[in-house]
Design a protein around this ligand. Sequence first.
Ligand code: SF4
Length: 376
Amino acid sequence: MAGVYIHIPFCYKRCNYCDFHSSTATGIISNMIDSMVIEMDLRQNYLNDREIKTVYFGGGTPSLLSKYELSKLIDALHKNFRIAPTAEITMEMNPDDVKENYIKDIINLGFNRLSLGIQSFDDSVLKYMNRRHNSIASIHSCDIIRNAGISNISIDLIYGIPEKDFDYWKGTMDFALKLKVPHISAYCLSIEEGTRFDGWKKEGKLFEIEDEEMYLQYDYMCKLLQSSEYKHYEVSNFSIEGKHSQHNSAYWSNEEYIGIGPSAHSYNSIGRQWNVASNVKYIDLINKRQAFFEEETLLAGNKYDEYIMTRLRTSKGIDILELEKYMGLQYRQYFEKKINNPNFESYIERFGSIYRLNETGFWFMDGIINHLTYIK
Ligand code: SF4
């Protein structure tokens, strides 16, 4: 199994919390598409002709591309990679871009899963985040998508919003459940360096909510979604049976993938590559056929760390027999020695050879993983 990630590095405006690579200079979209088509051609052998089971258009805002621009990328994908007829093909969408004709067009191009960046159902919060859409668009977008023919819908939400209390989040979750989507991703707001929120925080204009309050919101969400038949299958992701993100699950299962476009990452078991995170430089380097990415070869310690970091994110956890098969007895013993720590007892569940984090363990995941990794 292998996947392709396509990074569309443009947005009409920047959200105040976002540190993803994207630019509002949309005048070069056409050049960018041409360069990404060339990149696919240049790197068609990266995955050794393995069948592609998942394709993910992320960003940025893929839904600001026209049908024509998307079709150029889809054509290049099929020309250079062996895409499985049943492949999951996802596009991230801004709710503002959800229009019946556009959805029909992208269905014709092969998209069969949509991920909506809803984030909030409160207009004042959307404005505070500098989001482009409003709550009406959020509420109607799922119906429009379903009526046009796609039922595999995911929505993104953010909790831990400054000055928004538990009742706000409770209301958000109530609304989310009413949409009856099969997949919900919910991220805890973190203030990233260089964002407008970061600037406001440094100026004393933004105060993050307390950790305890943040945890209460997380805990409420976990309990509510599980009682509503959503499975908490990854630290920030919940789905009804069978509707997990196949693409992201492949990342967390160590599957290989290629990332196309500025800032995109690739992994092929031997090493990792990451493309330059600048639209102008990317286009220029591609056109000159010069190196547009950096790379590293993974050593045994790196491979073990990646294995631990990705597997523990999920409800499947780590099977020590599989770990031993993959990394050898030495790494299994290292893992067992580290994880059998009395401090972790209330965060970890064990079923036979499987260790996995419980709900509280997910919340403290970063600290636990930090203790388990090999390369410090
Ligand atoms: S639309 Fe998405 S990628 Fe663009 S600025 Fe907002 S959060 Fe970031």
